[in-house]
Ligand binder design. Sequence first.
Ligand SMILES: C[S@@+](CC[C@H](N)C(=O)[O-])C[C@H]1O[C@@H](n2cnc3c(N)ncnc32)[C@H](O)[C@@H]1O
Length: 227
Amino acid sequence: MNAFPDAAAKIYDDNIVRLVPGYALALELMAAILAVQLSGPCRILVPGCGTGAEILAIANSLPEASFVAVEPSAGMLDLARQRIAAAGLSERVEFVSGYLDDVGERGRFDAATVSLVLHFLPDDGAKQAFLSGVAQRLAANAPLLLLDAPSVAFDESALRQWLLTQHGPGVPPPDAVIKRMQTLWHRATPERIAELLARTGFAEQATFFQTLGYVGTSARMRLRSVD
Ligand SMILES: C[S@@+](CC[C@H](N)C(=O)[O-])C[C@H]1O[C@@H](n2cnc3c(N)ncnc32)[C@H](O)[C@@H]1O
């Protein structure tokens, strides 16, 4: 089900800033949007929390927020626990080792962030089932912040290669990173992502971030998922 290998955690934080131009800004904008839309005690669902980046970015802007962090890779989840403990946030974060189905009955959430997860799921029903799983766990009107890697209308390999090389020798090397993108990612068109969001009950879709190969979309839970 697309969980990262445990060893990926060791290199993830260094690699992600090479791979997503403006990644820190995307997280900062997520924090700003949620700070404007939510207030007081609130609960935020973070499926695919990885090493905890979204939580670390959002927690200070919403001091009364608590989080349920869901992650199938034990290595990534371990590092998230360590980073969140080091930031003094452990009491505000519940960790779920596994997938959305493992969240169990925890009531409706006031918001969700899905950062860099959806493009790992094939568009064979898995993307829709994942978004539907998020939708079913959200309160009416709750915001969803999605950072995704949709398909692009040109071959970006050379540009990627150049950018990755500028950041010094990376592990894995740029060629391997690009090969992984070409073989393991399931990039849908922006129109298809919009359609999937609408089908699973998300309205008011708006772009809050865009960079080479990545788009940040905000939306609100309007309807109960019908799928
Ligand atoms: C690229 S990382 C993103 C981590 C973090 N959200 C971020 O923005 O840095 C993708 C994460 O999603 C996890 N993942 C993959 N498939 C998943 C699924 N179906 N449900 C939840 N998490 C999943 C992977 O194990 C990995 O840790």
